[in-house]
Design a binder for this molecule. Structure first.
Ligand SMILES: *[C@@H]1O[C@H](CO)[C@@H](O)[C@H](O)[C@H]1NC(C)=O
Ligand SMILES: *[C@@H]1O[C@H](CO)[C@@H](O)[C@H](O)[C@H]1NC(C)=O
Length: 746
């Protein structure tokens, strides 16, 4: 194996990959577009690991945020809008986010919060001449290292357009810096600022934040003599932005006030404010909008960092603002950091099943009883002399030994249930088992696809499509067909090494339709090497030499495409819920540095086209993965490897925290489930009249330098702990051919 040993190779690859990852992938439809900032394939190295990536802010207006992450990998993500990033590098470790100058929080994500869409007409202004947001910095907090070789690509897709919005959005941070004396059941930290700008502010969401000692945080404003609540929340609950469901207006001359209530009865010493877990914080975030035609009241970030009228709290501040909210154990529980680290663990490398030594493993399929069918080539190997120049098989003797092994796993040991297919196959490729137990196979040597009925130890032929040993591209022939799958009565074949098409057959094996053509465009293929049906009932075609997975509907219209600079080929893919898993069969090379990129399995959120994570074995590198299948329960990944060192069946287990639900939740389903989960929490609540429509944060946090205070524009108390370098880590914090050769051997 050339190149440095695996971990070093990957690390050095990462260094070079940085310029091409974590960058924006603009997609335009009229003036609506998406831009994604994502992690570079990072593997956290310690508990509470904070890292950041930056990207230039492309000029536009953000109207929504779409997280590409899952709580079982990521504790929280914060998106900052900065004038200058902390570092010149694309990626850095530590809690730093913005450099000097204005610093705004635009978005925060945790705990599988769903997409956030701003109210109609409201948007964040970034990248323009008149915006102080020139750079976006995504900070990710990983609670714990992953188990196994797992790399993370979590990120946020910004939904943007170029339309000048009616309202511009920002977030005001209220922050107090009083140290907390010990042994007090109730200690109150107060903030108050007079609003002194002509532009009216309309708060529409709020977020509260403290560490472990915070019990309640509230914010109000006073207009004339009347106090109005902006929001109140227990900071031990998930620290999401909570929507304010009635219109509010803050005008010049109004008094803004907020307070944090702490319980320090267990403490023996004074607790200072700061980012460390042992420090405390007192933050109230108010998300607001103003009319875009009016001047921006806080071009450098909005902060209320002082207490102009401390006497208000003893006399006028609504008493309710100090009172504890009724306990909500289910919320307090939800907010706890997950205990079990995310991991993808190598469990087994199988080369023999009973007495049978596996040959090149070309296909894998599960049946309804969770048996795994292993389709292998026994002693036969596909090499340069297997076919002549016109794709005719040279050795027309079938493989004598059983090539289709029906197995059942006992832990990590496969037990042979039935050895099938002796003397029936020439060069096995794909296999699929339908709900009724019929087996479908493709044979690249015979240029056929066959439906079989398992009859005891035998396979009985039901029908066969394609003329045996005669390659062709018309409606009666196939040419080295690769994969086969079924949707209801419709049978789909990826065809294959010499044709670049998907052929549809009727249930009784007659030609019905086809789509696809050779090429690199959407819906075109260069060696469609595998196809499966996704849970959305779309076809996922591993478009091998184009290095991508195309998601198509039954008529061949492209729904989404997953490709990346990380791989130049994809041999196989499968999906579970909303995650597409895909694997290259050969190493790829960085297109700038030509550095080798070792083979990993990549996970992408179905429909987004974006990578979310990757993993590879821990014991040694993959050889030549040919087929990948996910177990029916979604917990295991199997990979058939046709390495010259010996065919290997790899088994991996996905470990995720049970409290974060399934590790993959799909497209629409993902968001439905997330809302349903929050809905359930809400419904379980015994009392609270709060309408907890959790949605996620965005906002603006002042640069810490620009502290808004009415008089004297004093700096904040130096003990003030601004969150600008990231929210502290805290257990309660809220918390995705030109075929070089058409043979499969080198
Ligand atoms: C104080 O500590 C005790 C014992 O560890 C614990 O049960 C209690 O909940 C703590 N109280 C507070 C307010 O943190
Ligand atoms: C905040 O206000 C409350 C109510 O007047 C008061 O008891 C408390 O001491 C104040 N906190 C500080 C730090 O001054």
């Amino acid at each position: 194996m050339k190149g440095p040993p695996w971990p070093l190779g990957f690390v050095s690859f990462l260094l070079f990959a940085i310029p091409i990852l974590g960058v924006s992938v603009p997609r335009r439809t009229s003036n609506n577009r998406k831009s994604t900032i994502q992690m570079i394939g990072y593997s956290p190295t310690k508990t509470d690991d904070y890292v950041a990536v930056q990207m230039q802010a492309e000029a536009g207006y953000i109207v929504g945020f779409e997280p590409i992450a899952h709580a079982d990998r990521v504790h929280h993500m914060l998106l900052y809008g900065c004038e200058v990033a902390y570092s010149q590098e694309q990626f850095w470790t530590g809690m730093a986010t913005c450099g000097s100058g204005p610093s705004h929080i635009l978005y925060a994500w945790a705990r599988n919060a769903p997409n956030l869409n701003l109210p109609p007409g409201v948007a964040f202004n970034i990248g323009h001449e008149d915006s102080s947001i020139k750079v976006l910095v995504l900070q990710i907090h990983y609670a714990q290292p992953f188990v196994g070789n797992v790399m993370d690509y979590s990120g946020v897709t910004l939904h943007m357009n170029d339309e000048q919005p009616i309202f511009l959005a920002a977030v005001m941070l209220f922050v107090a810096g009083y140290p907390i004396p010990p042994k007090m059941q109730q200690f109150q930290s107060n903030m108050s600022c007079k609003y002194d700008h002509e532009t009216d502010m309309h708060p529409f969401a709020f977020r509260t934040h403290t560490h472990a000692m915070g019990r309640v945080v509230s914010g109000y404003f006073k207009h004339g003599n009347e106090w109005t609540k902006i929001g109140k929340r227990n900071p031990q609950w998930p620290q999401l932005f909570e929507k304010i469901d009635h219109p509010l207006k803050i005008q010049k001359g109004d008094m803004l006030a907020a307070t944090c209530r702490f319980d320090s009865s267990n403490m023996t010493e004074t607790t200072p404010m700061g980012h460390m877990g042992t420090n405390e914080m007192c933050n109230f975030y108010m998300m607001f909008y103003w009319e875009a035609t009016k001047p921006d009241p806080f071009p450098y970030g909005a902060v209320c960092g002082g207490n102009e009228q401390p006497e208000l709290f003893g006399t006028e501040y609504p008493k309710e603002g100090f009172e504890l909210l009724p306990p909500r154990p289910e919320l307090e529980h939800t907010a706890l950091q997950s205990g079990r680290p995310f991991g993808i663990i190598e469990e087994a490398k199988i080369q023999k099943i009973g007495d049978i030594t596996l040959g090149q493993i070309s296909g894998l399929a599960f049946d309804q009883q969770k048996n795994l069918f292993i389709f292998h080539r026994g002693s036969r190997v596909w090499d340069g002399s297997t076919f002549d120049a016109s794709n005719h098989l040279q050795d027309k003797k079938p493989i004598a030994e059983p090539t289709l092994l029906m197995t059942r796993f006992d832990g990590n040991t496969p037990v042979l249930v039935e050895a099938l297919g002796g003397n029936q196959f020439y060069l096995p490729h794909g296999v699929f088992v339908d709900v009724d137990g019929y087996i479908y196979t493709t044979d690249v040597g015979a240029h056929t696809v066959t439906k079989w009925k398992k009859n005891g130890k035998k396979l009985d032929l039901v029908w066969r499509f394609g003329e045996e040993f005669v390659p062709g591209s018309d409606h009666g022939h196939l040419c080295k067909p690769t994969g086969v799958t079924k949707n209801g009565d419709r049978i789909f074949i990826s065809d294959g090494y010499c044709n670049a098409r998907v052929v549809e057959l009727t249930a009784d094996g007659k030609y019905k339709a086809q789509f696809g053509a050779p090429g690199t465009g959407e819906g075109q293929f260069q060696l469609p090497h595998d196809l499966v049906l996704s849970p959305k009932k779309t076809l996922l075609v591993a478009d091998r030499q184009n290095g991508r997975v195309q998601e198509l509907n039954m008529e061949g219209l492209v729904q989404s495409v997953v490709s990346s600079s990380l791989f130049t080929n994809i041999y196989s893919s499968d999906s579970f819920e909303d995650t597409i898993f895909m694997v290259p069969g050969e190493n790829s090379y960085n297109r700038f540095t030509q550095d080798e990129i070792p083979i990993s399995v990549y996970g992408s959120r179905l429909g987004t086209g974006l990578l979310e994570f990757a993993f590879s074995p821990t014991s040694e590198r993959f050889g030549r993965p040919h087929v990948l299948r996910v177990s029916p329960d979604g917990n295991h990944i199997f990979i058939g490897d046709i390495s010259e060192k010996g065919a290997t069946l790899w088994k991996f287990r996905i470990q995720h925290d049970s409290s974060t639900e399934s590790h993959t939740l799909s497209g629409a389903t993902y968001y439905e489930k997330a809302s349903a989960a929050y809905g359930a929490i809400k419904n379980k609540a015994s009392t609270a009249p709060l309408t907890l429509t959790f949605f996620l944060l965005l906002g603006v946090v002042a640069g810490g330098i620009y502290v808004w205070m009415k008089k004297g524009r004093r700096r904040a108390n130096p003990q003030n702990a601004f969150d600008r370098k990231g929210f502290k880590r805290l257990n309660q914090e809220d918390t995705v051919a030109f075929f070089t050769s058409d043979s499969e051997s080198d």
